[in-house]
Write a protein that binds this ligand. Structure first.
Ligand code: SF4
Length: 68
C-alpha cells in the first residue's frame, strides 16, 4: 500500500510519530489506506484542515503532561 503523500507536511503525522499511543493512526491511515483520512479528503478538496482533526473526523484532545 502506498503511504499518504502528505506525510512530510501533515502536522498530525509528526504527532503520531512522537507519541507511541497514537501510532495506530499512522498504521491505519498514513501508511495504510490514507484515502479514508478526513484530513486527506479535505486537502484533496482544497478545503482548510483543522489543526487537531483526526483521520476519522473526530478532534484530538491532547492533555498536557503534569509538571513536577
Ligand atoms: S493524518 Fe491523514 S493527511 Fe496526515 S499524513 Fe496521515 S493519512 Fe495523510
Amino acid at each position: 500500500m502506498v503511504s499518504c503523500p502528505h506525510i512530510s507536511d501533515c502536522p498530525l503525522f509528526a504527532v503520531f510519530t512522537m507519541n507511541s499511543a497514537l501510532a495506530v493512526w499512522k498504521t491505519n491511515y498514513c501508511g495504510g489506506d490514507h484515502s479514508r483520512c478526513v484530513r486527506y479528503q479535505l486537502t484533496a478538496e482544497g478545503k482548510p484542515v483543522p489543526q487537531h482533526l483526526l483521520p476519522n473526523g473526530k478532534v484530538l484532545h491532547l492533555t498536557p503532561l503534569p509538571t513536577r
